[in-house]
Design a protein around this ligand. Structure first.
Ligand code: ATP
Length: 241
């Protein structure tokens, strides 16, 4: 039977008087690559922050279950230990540390040094650009390389579920293609992914299933291939018709 990794039901989030998320349901099953697409301000990042419990002071209603349990009140350290990793918008790499040091930081919940180094080598195979620049300061990397480093760092914690917030944002078309190649390859290794993206075409091409979010509501969901063929998605998100 398919294992449910993430189950969101009736989630509502309000920042003061602004209802950013208006009661959404979303599920991610083990091994799936799910994308949540939608325009600027639709509520996608707020949804991810509700999953990790990193929202600022605001009203949250509804349920978020990870691995069948609520995560209310857990510290980020405990979330990472339980296999939840997030790569936020803007990436947040440690700019004054080298690539290698950033990757070591990603393994902060682990203690076996030999295994950590073996993991770094493993992820260097997926991210060869990082291997070539292992000693380079993260702050001197290009935007795309920093995005790769942020992903590799999150993967160092052995996540069961990887949350990615707009990984293609601000990158050149070639780098965007490369990032999506990496996302597919991470997914092919069996890691469950929830991908928030504005690049609907690439996201749906990579994903198994998708959800469309508009003004705080999920307005469409389904199999990614059928969504790519859906006239409403084609018109609103793929720039067609
Ligand atoms: P983007 O792609 O621009 O990040 P998004 O779909 O991720 O868009 P959110 O960032 O979740 O959208 O924003 C949803 C709504 O909530 C927007 O109207 C936004 O202005 C509002 N909002 C987000 N963060 C805050 C905050 N800290 N305080 C007040 N309002 C906020």
């Amino acid at each position: 039977m398919t294992k449910n990794v993430l189950k969101i039901s009736g989630l509502r989030v309000a920042y003061g008087g602004i209802q950013a998320v208006k009661g959404i349901d979303l599920e991610v099953n083990e091994g799936e690559l799910i994308t949540l697409i939608g325009a600027n301000g639709a509520g996608k990042t707020t949804t991810l922050k509700a999953i990790t419990g990193t929202l600022p002071d605001c009203r949250v209603d509804g349920h978020v279950e990870y691995d069948g349990q609520s995560m209310k009140g857990l510290h980020s350290f405990e979330l990472v230990q339980r296999g939840l990793a997030m790569v936020p918008e803007g990436r947040g790499v440690f700019t004054r540390m080298s690539i290698h040091e950033n990757l070591l930081m990603g393994a902060y919940t682990k203690s076996d040094k030999a295994l950590i180094e073996a993991d770094i080598e493993k992820w260097f195979e997926v991210f060869p650009r990082l291997k070539e620049r292992s000693a380079q300061m993260a702050g001197t990397l290009s935007g795309g390389e920093q995005q790769m480093l942020a992903m590799a760092r999150a993967l160092m914690s052995h996540p069961q579920l990887l949350l990615l917030d707009e990984p293609s944002m601000g990158l050149s078309p070639i780098m965007v293609e490369k990032i999506f190649e990496v996302i597919r390859s991470v997914s092919a290794q069996g890691i469950t992914i929830l991908l928030v993206e504005q690049n609907a075409r690439l996201a749906l091409q990579a994903a198994h299933r998708g959800y469309v979010m508009e003004s705080g509501l999920i307005t469409m969901s389904g199999d990614a291939d059928s969504m790519l063929d859906d006239p409403r998605v084609r018109q609103a998100y793929l720039g067609e018709g």
